[in-house]
Write a protein that binds this ligand. Sequence first.
Ligand code: ATP
Ligand code: MG
Length: 556
Amino acid sequence: MSEVENRPSNFIRNIIDADLDSGKHTAVQTRFPPEPNGYLHIGHAKSICLNFGIAQDYQGLCNLRFDDTNPEKEDIDYVNSIQEDVKWLGFDWSGDVRYSSNYFDQLYAYAKELIEKGLAFVCFLNAEEIREYRGPLNAPGTNSPYRDTSVEENLALFEKMKNGEFKEGECSLRAKIDMASSFICMRDPVLYRVKFAHHHQTADKWCIYPMYDFTHCISDAIEGITHSLCTLEFQDNRRLYDWVIENISIEIEPHQYEFSRLNLEYTVLSKRKLNQLVSENLVNGWDDPRMPTIAAYRRRGYTPASMREFAKRIGVTKMENTVEISVLEACIREDLNDNAPRAMAVLDPIKLVIENYPQGQVEELTVKNHPSDEEQGTRIVPFSRELYIEAEDFREEANKKYKRLVLDKAVRLRGAYVITAVRCDKDEAGNVTTVYCTYNADTLGKNPTDGTKPKGVIHWVSANESVDAEIRLYDRLFTVPNPGAEEDFHTVMNPESLVTIKNAKVEPSLVNAKPEQAFQFERQGYFCLDNKDATAEHLVFNRTVGLRDTWAKIAK
Ligand code: ATP
Ligand code: MG
């Protein structure tokens, strides 16, 4: 497929195509406008891929703009993590990072323009009174008693607001639109409120801060945004967006288009709830691999390509829906199946002693890194008389369906020889601790000629040469598909969302693993080296995803 044919198609791209065809626009300019009040999550990844993807495909530009009008909830750590996440996803913004706060002077001037036009007034109703006057959805509201203050007085009052002469909550600047509008957002919405808050960008310069609806459209216009893409909850607010743009003297007229937000099964995506998970220590920070943040997926072993592929598969529509986890997992599985080198790790080790193998001998076996991709090369795996295998890969007796090691039966050790189990030791509780076997020296890379039929292939590591590792097995954080709908999500948290294995044994080549490097641990799943807790002396691997979609079967 050519690059052009491979592009996604959706209603927003259709609008852009039409705008370019008709000459309404000659170039496309988008923006991604996060509020720096938390880490980005996979829903944001959808929006990032949409905005930056459009800019890429149409040779346009996409800005990164921090929507920073709520200084109390915002933090410079979030500003930094967001930039890192956008870059990690493979995108770059046009020019410098922008901040709505860059435009505070201009926003203030536009607010004065509205006052001068008799379209805004300083109102001394408190928040509760404003709500009361606003009225219910099905009946008109009541005009504020301050609605008809003169322009001169309003200008003076607004100046006083700016100079810190009013207390927080004492007054606000409101647009004068229509208290009977069927769109609640048009009933004289607040444009500015008093807030004596220190701002991460503007420090203590301002004690009045503009509201989102006033800020966003003007920031879009200042930046020359042609298509301002946001999620459906802003649909009604489009009226206000257009009203502000129409009533101030600004030449560029951006347009807002809404699409449905991503909802993902077994996941909460509201920053408020994610914040709660972090602050209540229900997870270990924003990048805990059980979180749906971009930083967490990265730490868990998801690749940027898999996240972009996910965004492509879910598409962009106006329809609300909830995506199954299996769609996301399929994207990473397909990527890692092709690209992750194989390695051997034994998560629940028991000893395997090969009685007819020379004591003290260590053989360096050359093993393929990938079963079908020759370019991934080979590595050396040491083989010796004493190995570790998975406890679950041995049974004293078993039926035909069990294609692993059974007493008196043969099995192949991956990349090595065919062995036959002869006896085993058990501890007091009856658990097998050591399996004794014999090997057929003439079966390296070939089938046995003595009529033995190995029942399957199991993985192993050499007892002396293997390395200890901690392995973290992650599962869904919630036990129900829609945890966001629960009154109290604490009641539906999965107690087994993290199982830590302290004493796994991995092949020695893995000491060279780099943080976030992915591997397929043969027969176990995909894992990557943890990017925070792993050291050369203490390997820590995170399970990214299992080899197959087994969870769905168990759950349903
Ligand atoms: P949340 O509701 O999760 O707290 P938000 O909408 O307040 O998120 P912002 O930082 O304001 O978060 O969002 C930045 C951009 O990302 C916005 O354009 C928003 O519409 C988009 N976005 C946020 N959540 C999703 C989602 N689940 N799916 C798609 N886009 C999203
Ligand atoms: Mg928001």
